[in-house]
Design a binder for this molecule. Structure first.
Ligand code: PHE
Length: 344
């Protein structure tokens, strides 16, 4: 982590008594944006580490996507052993809203793993600095279709780089994680005529696979299946030093944040001739849509155009990486760094 964080608030929620972290990594390009994750961790320190890494990722994500925004993230550390009651959840969301309000617009939150549109509506009762409230309340609603749209654009660019054609039909994909975003990626791939393996830790997702004519597999076998593209769409850290030598795909491109368990995994992927679409480039569609609609005041078609330009950004990065012999991760970092340097 090389840029250093501007502000990190770590506080026990006044109402919920839960550990809450709001990490603002950078506001160099503009107000920081980044979702609110509500997740169970063995230790609150793990939640803090997640917030630090994810907020830095948001700085890169926004910079590389050409947004005039910096990166932040909120993590609410849930009890590891039981779900929250509805009252406790509301209390935690109010606590988040109050902390976000203290930033006075220097940080805007939104949905992330474990939160959704309804939760943003609740946070919205405490602060205006929240994206993706229900459309009925004037928000831009569920960002996951837009994240999925951006990932599918990234998948086309990946197919173009690896096979000379952006065509998805006839190619084989393994989608790891059938949550909000993963399920929509799977739907779009199936509709485009791709062959699909779908995987989730929750066996109930088998019915979605059946509906889409996809094969359902447990995560372990899906990850190492022989496919054209592996599509991580669950939590981060999938690509470990141990896993990469066992992969049997040509490329990896997906929606999960922080896919590389260690930075040097980017080198291993390249050494194994596996093309990696940097996660924060491929998965920027949700935040691009939110900023486009809610800050820039764009109409839906303009927002979609911005999201689809993820494909061009990625194609440019693949070319730079191939031409200069650096990893795609290094090429993406250089792009983000360039945009940040231009702003100061
Ligand atoms: N969870 C989104 C991401 O990781 C962040 C987000 C923020 C989405 C604001 C929509 C709006 O990119």
């Amino acid at each position: 982590m090389e840029f250093g964080h501007e502000t990190v608030v770590l506080r026990r929620g006044q109402r919920s008594r839960l550990p809450i972290i709001v990490a603002v990594h950078s506001t160099v390009l503009g107000p920081a944006v980044g979702g609110c994750r509500m997740w169970g961790y063995a230790r609150w320190e793990d939640g803090l580490r997640d917030a630090l890494r994810l907020s830095e990722g948001m700085t890169r994500k926004c910079a590389a996507a050409g947004l005039s925004n910096g990166g932040g993230k909120t993590v609410v550390v849930l009890p590891a052993d039981r779900p929250l009651t509805a009252d406790e959840r509301r209390a935690a969301l109010y606590d988040v809203g109050d902390i976000v309000a203290e930033f006075g617009g220097r940080y805007l939150t939104g949905p992330d793993a474990g939160t959704g549109v309804a939760d943003m509506g609740v946070i919205g009762e405490r602060t205006e600095y929240v994206f993706c409230r229900p459309e009925a309340d004037g928000g831009s609603g569920d960002p996951s279709p837009f994240t999925a749209l951006g990932v599918v654009a990234a998948l086309r660019a990946t197919c173009l780089a690896m096979s000379g054609s952006p065509e998805l039909a006839g190619k084989r994909f393994a989608v790891i994680g059938a949550g909000n975003v993963g399920a929509q990626i799977a739907r779009q791939l199936a509709a485009a005529g791709a062959a699909l393996i779908l995987s989730d830790v929750d066996p109930a997702k088998r019915s979605l696979a059946a509906e889409l004519g996809a094969e359902f597999a447990d995560p372990e076998s899906a990850v190492t299946a022989e496919v054209d593209v592996l599509v991580p769409a669950a939590l981060g850290g999938l690509l470990t030093r141990e896993l990469v030598p066992r992969l049997r795909c040509i490329a990896v491109a997906g929606a999960a944040n922080n896919q590389l368990a260690e930075p040097d995994v980017a080198e291993l992927l390249r050494a194994g001739d596996i093309l990696w679409a940097p996660d924060y480039i491929a998965n920027a569609g949700g935040v691009v849509n939110s900023v486009s609609r809610e800050i820039l005041g764009d109409d839906p078609a303009t927002a979609v155009k911005r999201i689809e330009s993820i494909a061009d950004t990625l194609t440019g990065l693949f070319e730079t990486a191939a031409r200069t012999g650096i990893t795609t991760a290094a090429a993406a970092d250089a792009l983000a760094r360039q945009r940040l340097a231009a702003a100061v």
